[in-house]
Design a protein around this ligand. Structure first.
Ligand SMILES: O=C(O)CCC(=O)C(=O)O
Ligand SMILES: [Fe+2]
Length: 276
């Protein structure tokens, strides 16, 4: 195998980001070897980068118990009574029933249907908006307070999570048809993409299921071995940022392909501070 002597800048960036997301150095060296890099060179390079103080290694994520975990098995908001179905501490996940009423789910789907577009991502290198690979759903986003229903849901999420409404990004709606999926990803930003003027890092996600899915479409947390079956009106809240600014790689998750029926979800991504 040809030994590569020069390490391109993109590879350095990739290594830094992967290290910061909590991937082990061994896994990174394995990936480099698969790409054709010499093993010794890979280790030398990695240890040099780790010694470099500009890399903030994630270290061991320190779990902090969110307030929502302390509120009993029936949580009351100003307009709802929500049942807690299950709680997981590492990573922090809470599964909720009746977070939305059936009418609210139907209404959200109805008002979003005509505005769906193929899901996109921003190319981290060029900044261009491009069709997402690994994300085959259709989606759209609302502005904060765009209409009375969106505003009502934003208020409910803020009461449930204890994060102010202004820490929330606009509600995102996703629709997956048969075979559509959202491959494993983190919701938090790579550290070099965190904008301190726009609320900083993402720290939590409130994901609501708007319909029942006949088969497939579970939200899977592969590192935690957890799979959430979509159920109309239920929600899953997961927290992956703590007060020390660390992010939790255990929060890796995906939406596995829909096998039968379709899937609708609404996602609220929450940041450390005020975005607006
Ligand atoms: O649809 C799902 O189950 C997951 C959606 C998701 O991961 C996201 O919106 O960030
Ligand atoms: Fe996600």
């Amino acid at each position: 195998m040809e030994k590569t002597k020069q390490i391109p800048k993109e590879l350095v960036n990739w290594i830094v980001q992967t290290l910061e997301s909590g991937t082990s150095p061994e896994a990174i060296v394995d990936a480099m070897i698969r790409k054709g890099y010499d093993q010794r060179l890979s280790y030398t390079m990695l240890f040099q980068l780790i010694r470099n103080e500009s890399i903030k290694m994630t270290g061991t994520y320190v779990y902090e118990t969110p307030e929502i975990f302390k509120r009993g098995n029936k949580i009351h908001t100003s307009d709802c009574e929500i049942n807690v179905l299950s709680k997981v501490e590492n990573p922090v996940i809470i599964h909720l029933e009746h977070a939305l009423s059936n009418d609210e789910c139907d209404e959200l789907i109805k008002m979003s249907e005509d505005r769906l577009e193929p899901s996109t991502v921003i190319d981290p290198k060029t900044g261009e908006v491009k069709l997402a690979t690994g994300r085959t759903s259709y989606g759209m986003s609302y502005h904060l307070h765009e209409n009375p229903l969106v505003t009502k849901i934003e208020k409910r999420i803020a009461e449930l999570t204890n994060f102010p409404i202004k820490n929330g990004e606009g509600l995102q709606i996703l629709n997956y048809k048969i075979g559509h999926e959202y491959k494993a990803h983190f919701d938090y930003f790579p550290s070099n993409k965190v904008d301190p003027n726009r609320g900083g890092q993402r720290v939590a996600t409130f994901l609501m299921y708007l319909n029942d899915v006949e088969a497939g479409g579970e939200t899977v947390f592969p590192k935690a071995g957890i799979s959430i079956v979509p159920k109309k009106g239920s929600a899953v809240y997961f927290q992956y940022g703590n007060s020390q600014g660390q992010v939790d790689p255990m929060s890796l998750h995906s939406s596995i392909p829909v096998i039968k029926g379709e899937k609708w979800v609404a996602t609220k991504w929450i940041r450390q501070g005020n975005i607006y």
